[in-house]
Design a protein around this ligand. Structure first.
Ligand SMILES: Cc1ncc(COP(=O)(O)O)c(C=O)c1O
Length: 348
C-alpha cells in the first residue's frame, strides 16, 4: 500500500537525508559506548556554543522521557507541576510524569495552549502547608500544542512569577525550532534568556530520526542526573547515533531550514483555506499547525486520502500539522479535495 501523506503530525514525516547520512557516517568502527565518545562530545559542544557553556546536556531517546526525567530531576514527590490543560505532558504521556516524579500535575484551562498568570495563580495556595502538594515547576510548551508561540514578554512574565515564588521553569521544546523561526530569534534568546531553567530540546519533529536533549541551564539543579537518566532507562549505549544526528541537525542551519519550511507550509495552508466559508481557523497560525473547524461530514472523506486528527469531536475541530517535507503540492491537492468535498455536500 502506498503511504498516505497528510497533516497528522510532524512525526509522520521521515528522516531528513542529512540526518540519515550523519547516522551512516557515524557507523564506522568501534567507539566507547554510553556517551564517552567523540560524537557525543562534539554534539554537546555545539549545543553549549548555542546555549552557553555553563550548562549540562543529556541525550535521551524520546520527548516524553525528556519531559519526565527533566521534571523528576528537579522535584520531590510532594511537589506539584503547573502546566496547561492541553500540554503533552498532561494529555499524551500516559501519566508518566506523575508515575515517575510522583508529583501532582495541576492543569490550567487554556484557549490557546498557553499558560497565563491568573491561571497559574489559581493553583498557588497551600504554600508551606503540609497537607497540600507544593508547587515547584511551571511547565510551558514552546511552540504550544495548539500551534501558538509565547512571546518573550509572556515568557518573562511567567518565568518572573515562577522565580519570585521559588519555582523552576521547564520548557517542553519539542517544537522549539519552529518557535525560534517564528520569533526570528536564536535558541538561547527564547529559552535561557527568558528564564527557562530546564529545557526538553526536541529534534524528532523537525527531521531527526529519534533523540532529544535535556538541558539544565543551572548546573546546581540536577548534579546527580546521570543516575536519574540511567534509572529512567534512557542512557543509550550507542549514544553516538543520537549525538551524530544532533550534530547534523545543528550544523549548516538544518534545524532552521526545516522549521522555516514547516512554518511556511502552515502559513500557505492557512492562506488557502481561510477564505472558504465553511472553514473557520480557530488558532493563530504561529508555528507549524493549523487548527480549524470544518463540517463534520467532510472529515472522513478527507481522511480517506490524507492523514490528520480530529482535535475536538464535539466542535468538529481538526488539527493539520505541517513538517519539513510538506510540499506546496500536498497542500494544493488537499485544498482541492476539501473544496470539492464541500461543493458536493452543498449539492446534496
Ligand atoms: C509538545 C510535545 N512534547 C513532547 C512530545 C514527545 O513525544 P514522544 O515521547 O512521542 O517523542 C510531543 C510529541 O508528540 C509533543 O507534541
Amino acid at each position: 500500500m502506498k503511504n498516505k501523506r497528510g497533516f497528522a503530525s510532524d512525526n509522520n514525516a521521515g528522516v531528513h537525508p542529512d540526518i540519515l547520512n550523519a547516522i551512516i557516517g557515524a557507523n564506522k568502527g568501534h567507539t566507547i559506548a554510553y556517551g564517552d565518545d567523540e560524537y557525543t562530545r562534539r554534539a554537546v559542544k555545539i549545543i553549549k556554543n548555542l546555549l552557553g557553556d555553563d550548562i549540562d546536556v543529556y541525550f535521551v531517546f524520546i520527548g516524553t522521557a525528556a519531559n519526565v526525567l527533566g521534571l523528576t530531576a528537579v522535584t520531590r514527590s510532594y511537589n506539584s507541576i503547573i502546566c496547561a490543560e492541553s500540554s503533552h505532558m498532561h494529555q499524551d504521556e500516559c501519566g508518566a510524569p506523575e508515575n515517575y516524579s510522583g508529583c501532582k500535575l495541576l492543569s490550567v484551562p487554556t484557549e490557546n495552549g498557553k499558560l497565563y498568570l491568573d491561571g497559574i495563580k489559581h493553583h498557588m495556595y497551600g504554600i508551606d502547608f503540609e497537607h497540600h502538594s507544593q508547587p515547584k515547576v511551571l511547565s510551558v510548551t514552546q511552540a504550544t500544542e495548539m500551534g501558538t508561540v509565547y512571546s518573550k514578554e509572556e515568557m518573562d512574565e511567567i518565568a518572573g512569577f515562577a522565580h519570585d515564588n521559588g519555582m523552576i521553569v521547564h520548557m517542553d521544546g519539542a517544537r522549539i525550532a519552529n518557535a525560534a523561526i517564528t520569533m526570528n530569534s536564536g535558541l538561547r534568546e527564547i529559552t535561557r534568556d527568558v528564564g527557562v531553567d530546564v529545557l526538553s530540546f526536541g529534534g524528532t519533529k523537525n527531521g531527526m530520526m529519534y533523540g532529544e536533549a535535556i538541558v539544565f541551564f543551572r548546573k546546581d539543579l540536577a548534579p546527580d542526573f546521570k543516575y536519574i537518566r540511567k534509572q529512567g532507562m534512557q542512557l543509550a549505549s550507542k549514544m553516538r547515533f543520537i549525538a551524530a544526528q544532533f550534530e547534523a541537525y545543528l550544523s549548516n542551519d538544518l534545524w532552521m531550514k526545516n522549521a522555516s519550511h514547516a512554518n511556511e507550509m502552515a502559513q500557505l495552508l492557512a492562506a488557502e483555506v481561510e477564505n472558504i466559508p465553511e472553514v473557520k481557523i480557530t488558532q493563530n497560525v504561529e508555528a507549524n499547525g493549523v487548527f480549524a473547524i470544518i463540517p463534520k461530514e467532510s472529515i472522513p472523506v478527507l481522511q480517506e486520502k490524507f492523514f490528520f486528527y480530529v482535535w475536538n469531536e464535539e466542535t468538529s475541530e481538526v488539527r493539520w500539522m505541517t513538517s519539513y517535507d510538506t510540499t506546496p503540492e500536498d497542500i494544493a491537492r488537499f485544498v482541492q479535495l476539501l473544496k470539492k468535498t464541500l461543493r458536493q455536500k452543498k449539492d446534496t
